[in-house]
Design a protein around this ligand. Structure first.
Ligand code: M6R
Length: 610
């Protein structure tokens, strides 16, 4: 949700800002802008659309500056256009501000500023901050203090960076609810929403916490608390290379990330799966394992794809650990006055670790005394740091907005947690061994499924013009149906719905005719016979059926129009395998419709607003 990058040093910051924004574009891509000081003149350049358009404008102007800030936007207040793009400025354009988050009381602040004579050029909440800071600067207060005083008046969330041409040696940054990192270089320093923007220049970063405020100069930085006290911050070394966040020869990040899944799932279980013992070890849960195992209830909360993973986790934990599980959208959980106690454990699943709804739900759970645990991909992300304990999924950076490899890695980690807690709850060694062996084979089975890429591309050609899709599955594959439908919606803009297959007869069956493609997720598991009946029901109404089933299953061929056959695994792990063809189908349909697969309209990778 909006990308922020800033530089102060001895180099020309223009290419650094543009490259940084390109790496951050997954966070928002409806408009972009930079602010800098060229030959002592403050300059702001903004464009509607992608960073490449901004780059063209900037290149025409041949600008040089040793300090600058840049922003790529995901609109909240005001449509995507040049006026609403960041940086926003004060009236005489000496001050620039870029912001990620939402200023909730912006209207009241704006009304006061209008009374004082301030004129607004945009519809954004952010512009209010520019004028409010300006109102303090006009009283002779320095930039740092002016920003602090402004933030004291603000309700809402922000990750922000501010520059002022009359104090051209520093960038001011502040965080509350939206992530920011400071990159530490030699004679140069950076600010960014996440490390991907600055990884090409430094691996040493400081994570700002909520309520923290920083003055960043080329050769030093100062971090202060909300009470204006200087804070000693730990410098973290990032263990990720720039190659890991490039496309590696694939046309899209999404395809690269789909194809990486043999390796990413292997990485998720590396050093954690104890094959001989039929168990798992997860260092992040060591300190709280007794409390977790003795929980009266486990809750899992998340959003979007991570919520689908949570649903699979519910099936896993209940089947093997026999602990009651509830799954809840984070956005609903936090506002419904949930009944929680110290006997509850609650997992928060988030790829980015920055999702605002999930983070707020986590804080709510902590405040009510539950054991709040994180399952995140991004190391050092806010949810990872705010959790009482947790597990990283180690899927590697996921840049495509549609989540793919993070989903399968989340399922692997949930399976490892299932093994760990079920062993403590008396899981038979032979069952533990069966799960561990099956998990160990998952990466090679995914590699086998990926060989069906061409076959699935042909299916995409046949179905790309269908305006609607239904995805049906049962048991462990009901969440896979939801996920398949979400993938298609997100990137191809085709209306798709996922349902438990048995629910079809309670309503969605009315939609079925010869124009409705229905994707059945039908591995030969305990629900298979039942799902065959659902297939018959669709067939009787002329629906066009694609079935995902096991290799060697011949009987289904005559009932459906197309089958995608995948290797067998144990029931609890089937969604890891069945989700792969669904990802490929969505991907190829979107490509054939010439859509922007990695940056679909209206979406953002990291949803840091409520
Ligand atoms: O980073 P998170 O896992 O917390 O993100 C949650 C959702 O925003 C995310 O899964 C979203 O639904 C994806 N675009 C799915 O592809």
């Amino acid at each position: 949700m909006c990308g922020i990058v800033g530089y102060v040093g001895n180099k020309n910051c223009v290419p650094i800002l543009i490259q940084g924004l390109k790496r951050l574009e997954y966070r928002g891509y409806d408009s972009a802008g930079i602010g800098l000081i060229h030959e002592d003149e403050p300059i702001v350049i903004k464009t509607k659309g992608k960073v490449s358009l901004l780059e063209e404008r900037v290149n025409e102007l041949v600008l040089e500056s040793e300090i600058g800030i840049g922003h790529t936007r995901w609109a909240t207040h005001g449509i995507p256009n040049e006026q609403n793009a960041h940086p926003h400025t004060n009236a005489n354009k000496t001050l620039f501000i870029i912001h990620n988050g939402i200023i909730e009381n912006f209207q009241a602040l704006k009304n006061n500023l209008i009374i004082l004579g301030y004129k607004f050029e945009s519809d954004t909440d952010t512009e209010v901050l520019a004028h409010l800071i300006d109102s303090y600067l006009n009283k002779g207060i320095n930039l740092s203090k002016s920003v602090q005083m402004t933030l004291n008046e603000v309700n809402g969330t922000y990750g922000l960076a501010v520059m002022y041409s009359k104090e051209p040696d520093k960038i001011i940054a502040a965080r509350k609810g939206s992530p920011l990192v400071i990159g530490i270089g030699a004679g140069e320093n950076f600010i960014a929403s996440d490390v991907s923007a600055i990884l090409a220049y430094t691996k040493n970063v400081i994570y700002l916490e909520d309520g923290e405020f920083a003055e960043i100069y080329k050769d030093r930085y100062v971090v202060k608390s909300i009470l204006d006290k200087e804070i000693e911050k730990e410098i973290h070394e990032i263990n990720m290379s720039i190659d890991e966040i490039d496309k590696g020869g694939y046309p899209h990040f999404m395809l690269k990330e789909i194809m990486e899944q043999p390796e990413s799932t292997r990485n998720s279980m590396r050093g954690r799966l104890l094959i001989e013992e039929g168990s798992a070890k997860l260092g992040g849960l060591n300190d709280i394992i007794d409390r977790l195992v003795n929980s009266k209830r486990i809750l899992i909360s998340a959003c979007g794809t991570s919520w689908h993973a949570a649903l699979v986790g519910e099936y896993m934990f209940e089947q093997y650990a026999r602990i009651p599980v509830e799954v809840e959208y984070a956005s609903e959980f936090r506002y419904r006055n949930p009944i929680l106690s110290g006997e509850d454990s609650i997992f928060f699943i988030s790829q980015s670790g920055e999702t605002a709804d999930t983070l707020a739900a986590l804080k709510e759970a902590k405040s009510r005394g539950a054991l709040a645990l994180g399952i995140c991909n991004v190391v050092g992300s806010t949810i990872a740091r705010e959790s009482m304990s947790g597990v990283y999924i180690h899927a590697g950076p996921e840049i495509g907005v549609a989540s793919t490899k993070a989903f399968t890695a989340q399922l692997v980690v949930l399976a490892l947690i299932t093994l760990l807690i079920s062993k403590r709850k008396g899981l038979k060694p032979s069952d533990g061994k069966k799960i561990a062996d099956a998990l160990n084979e998952i990466p090679s089975k995914i590699a086998q499924i990926l060989k069906l890429n061409d076959e699935i591309e042909q299916l995409a050609e046949e179905f790309k013009d269908s305006p609607n899709f239904l995805y049906l599955g049962r048991g462990y594959n009901f969440p896979a149906a939801l996920e398949g439908a979400l993938k298609l919606k997100e990137i191809s803009y085709i209306h798709a719905e996922g349902y438990p297959a048995a629910e079809m007869k309670h309503g969605p069956i009315a939609l079925i005719d010869e124009n409705m493609p229905v994707v059945f997720i039908a591995p030969k598991d305990s629900t298979y016979e039942k799902i065959l009946s659902n297939i018959q029901e669709v067939r009787a109404r002329g629906g066009r059926i694609i079935a995902i089933t096991d290799e060697g299953n011949g009987e289904i061929d005559k009932l459906v129009d197309h089958t995608i056959k995948i290797p067998r695994t144990i029931e609890m792990l089937t969604p890891i395998l069945t989700s792969i063809p669904l990802q490929l189908l969505a991907y190829h349909i979107a490509v054939k419709k010439a859509l922007d697969v990695d940056q679909p309209r209206n979406l953002a990778k990291s949803v840091t607003v409520e």
